[in-house]
Design a protein around this ligand. Structure first.
Ligand code: GTP
Ligand code: MG
Length: 206
């Protein structure tokens, strides 16, 4: 799939204020600074679409973008950044989890993980929460350009070994670099395929 158009739609904190759930939706989540907004921009060939920053905690709302007038891509706040005040972290997490649990057209969540680190507790707990709530997700390893190519395989394997301790089936994963535009095509292909299974929610608002 080629991204022909990508436009910002709305930002908010409430799932009932999100756009009508009439088309498939995909959300990006992960630790603050992992590269969620950058990957959205890289996939959409627009550096200014989602706000990015070298300072963690930049994205603080549920941000909807409409792609090709056909599906939504959602940029979410990050979790796990220690310097963000606790009350703010809790607020972001509460509305984000509420959105993830109740968004009817959400086809899949992309959990972004920094390819340089091994499994972190916050990521592990978050993926467990997704599993417990029956929310489909895949893993996306980010910032591959920062990793020595010789370490890539070992790092991904270490991740999978750690996850296998808890999960009987491991979710699909993608290797990406927003800098080098790597992995975008694979993710877009996955979205195209997954969207074929979309069933429009029954809703008299349409
Ligand atoms: P929050 O909104 O704060 O949760 O962060 P985020 O996950 O949206 O991260 P963001 O996209 O703002 O990127 C954080 C920093 O990482 C920025 O300085 C980016 O330039 C950098 N970055 C993101 N992706 C990549 C990548 O693939 N390669 C490299 N080298 N840097 C990246
Ligand atoms: Mg962001």
């Amino acid at each position: 799939m080629k991204v022909k158009t990508a436009e910002f739609v709305i930002s908010n904190t409430r799932v009932d204020m999100c756009p009508k759930p009439s088309i498939p939706e995909y959300a990006f989540i992960g630790r603050s600074n992992v590269g969620k907004s950058s990957l959205i921009n890289s996939m959409c060939n627009n550096k200014k679409l989602a706000k990015t920053s070298s300072t963690p905690g930049k994205t603080q709302l549920i941000n909807h973008f409409i792609i090709n007038n056909d599906w939504y891509l959602v940029d979410l706040p990050g979790y796990g950044f220690t310097k963000t005040p606790v009350h703010l972290k809790q607020k972001w997490m509460n509305f984000t989890r509420n959105y993830l649990r109740h968004r009817e057209n959400l086809m899949c969540v992309f959990v972004l993980l920094d390819s340089r680190h091994n499994v972190q507790k916050v990521d592990d707990e978050f993926m467990e929460w997704l599993g417990d709530n029956g929310i489909p997700f895949v893993m996306v390893f980010t910032k591959m350009d920062k990793l020595d190519p010789r370490d890539i395989e070992g790092n991904i394997q270490a991740y999978q070994d750690k996850m296998s301790e808890k999960w009987s089936f491991l979710p699909q994963h993608f290797l990406t670099s927003s800098e080098k535009k790597e992995g975008n095509e694979e993710i877009l292909k996955f979205i195209e395929e997954t969207s074929k299974g979309f069933v429009k929610p029954v809703d008299d608002r349409f």
